[in-house]
Design a protein around this ligand. Sequence first.
Ligand code: COA
Length: 321
Amino acid sequence: MSVKIIGTGSALPEKIVTNDDLTQLVDTSDEWIKERTGIGSRRISTGETVVSLAAQACEKALENAGREAAQVQLLLVATCTPEMGIPCAACQVQSLLGAANAVAFDLNAACAGFLFALNTAYAYIEAGIYENALIVGSEVLSKIVDWTDRGTCVLFGDGAGAVLVERSEQPGILGFVQHSDGTKGEVLKCDSRQLKNPYISLTFDSPFVKMDGREVFAFAVRQVPSCIQEVLQQTQLDAGDVDLYVLHQANRRIVEGIAKRLGVEMDKFPMNLDRVGNMSSAAIPVLLDELNREGRLQEGMTLVLSGFGAGLTYGACVLRW
Ligand code: COA
């Protein structure tokens, strides 16, 4: 018995914002952004929400898998930018989809969120609790980005990606590792609502993303290769046995650094961040869906998915397509 991805889908906001567009907002240039990050443009919401994007991505994943919304047993939304505190985004998506038989809840592990949600679904299915799960990473990061901070506003984009996983007799997910290091939470953070009640009133810094870019960069290039090595060891594979590495899309130089440490050629690291930027939990499933729809994923291929981000959180998964 295994747990296999049987469908993918994605949805992006309509508005494309180029690097040149951002020069109207902050002191930056297309050249700087491309050279330091590999990002050329990103999609930014002008009305699309975490829930509407997630629902669209889920509909496409269901269609791709040939399944109906009513068949879904578990619906997980990975997000760090939900519209509402309550109800959770997953219940709102459930309602839009008509996935009336699903148990729905959110999970926040920032940019590793999709991967952690995939693992959660895997554990539920492995334990025999559910037969299938719809997992979506959806973000409208443009809500929490400080559009006056050139160090962060050039990096992020909005979007959603989904997969449907199902219990299968065919090989699917082969192994998983996950890690968290809460002691490094300060390097990438965003405050939430203020503590304000009849007994206390606290003022936080500002409810926008703050980041120590160099620290995050160093963390990713150090920890991601080691957790990929860990999952490869667990599944008795070598780095060269993997057909494609579908990594979180944060920065081209991070991906290059990881490839170098693993000793793997860059052609095994597909990227779309030049067109979509860093979409946090949506990055991996959107890239996976693009590869799927382009016909680049052949049955039996070995893939490594790996995500990393605020928390700090990071993890990797090996699967057979
Ligand atoms: N345009 C032009 N100049 C910029 C700029 C921008 N958008 N952003 C920063 N700079 C400037 C800085 O102010 C600094 O200027 P100074 O030397 O006069 O002080 C200079 O560029 C170098 O800044 P630095 O932060 O050292 O650049 P960097 O090479 O580390 O690149 C990041 C910055 C953010 C691109 C890089 O650190 C990074 O990608 N880190 C990881 C971030 C990430 O992926 N986060 C999400 C993880 S899920």
